[in-house]
Design a protein around this ligand. Structure first.
Ligand code: ZN
Length: 223
């Protein structure tokens, strides 16, 4: 059972179909591992339905109902009707995995022990959704964030100054947070990682590389 979950406002936005495709995919992957959040999403959907029933004015209620039904029909897999009916994480990520699993991907070196595989560049707008692998015992460079970073652990686990994260855990970092994740010693850690803005490396070396990134990718830093 996961110990780190999306907060209630994220789950509410998920249940209402209001999240970006990339964040929604991260939440869906977490739901695969978390019966508690599945129940919460189911409850939120029931509450949403009850609210609709209590809205005055049939015209407004009909319109809202149609919108919600259209969303549900578009994304039937988000319905947590039966926990065992959830697609596996691999199935969710299948459209972006040419080899059918994440072991044989063409990983790009991102740092000494850190590798990245971007899930179809551009498919998620400016969001950068990728798989990140930190080799057993490896440490990612200390970094802060210009935007929100969402991480869902798919294999192994990592720790930073704020906690320990294992398979299924859902971690949100934003501009207030800096961290230096370190993979557990007993195996490679693979995470689904969403960056809503570029990371801001800390430390002298990190700042130098960050400046180079700004130089080569100025568009990434425009708000
Ligand atoms: Zn959860």
């Amino acid at each position: 059972m996961s110990r780190h979950h999306p907060d209630e406002s994220l789950l509410t936005e998920f249940a209402g179909g209001q999240l970006s495709p990339a964040v929604a995919l991260c939440v869906r992957v977490h739901l695969n591992h978390c019966a508690l959040c599945q129940q919460n999403v189911e409850r939120l959907m029931m509450v949403g339905g009850a609210l609709l029933d209590s809205l005055p004015g049939e015209a407004v209620a009909d319109s809202l109902f149609d919108q919600i039904m259209a969303r549900i029909e578009q994304e039937p897999e988000v319905l947590p009707l039966a926990s065992k009916a959830h697609a596996s994480t691999l199935t969710l990520l299948q459209p972006w995995l040419p080899s059918g699993n994440w072991k044989d991907l063409a990983w790009k070196t991102q740092w000494f022990n850190v590798f990245e595989y971007v899930l179809q560049l551009g498919a998620f707008g400016r969001d950068r959704l990728s798989l990140v692998r930190i080799n057993a015992g490896g440490r990612a460079p200390g970094h802060g964030h210009h935007g929100r970073e969402v991480t869902v652990v798919l294999q192994g686990g990592f720790s930073d100054a704020r906690g320990h994260y294992e398979v299924g855990d859902f971690v949100v970092m934003d501009g207030r947070h800096q961290h230096s994740p370190r993979a557990f010693e007993d195996g490679d850690c693979i995470c689904l990682s969403l960056l809503e803005g570029p990371v801001r490396l800390t430390g002298a070396l990190g700042q130098g590389i960050d400046l180079l990134r700004r130089f080569f990718n100025p568009a990434l830093y425009r708000s």
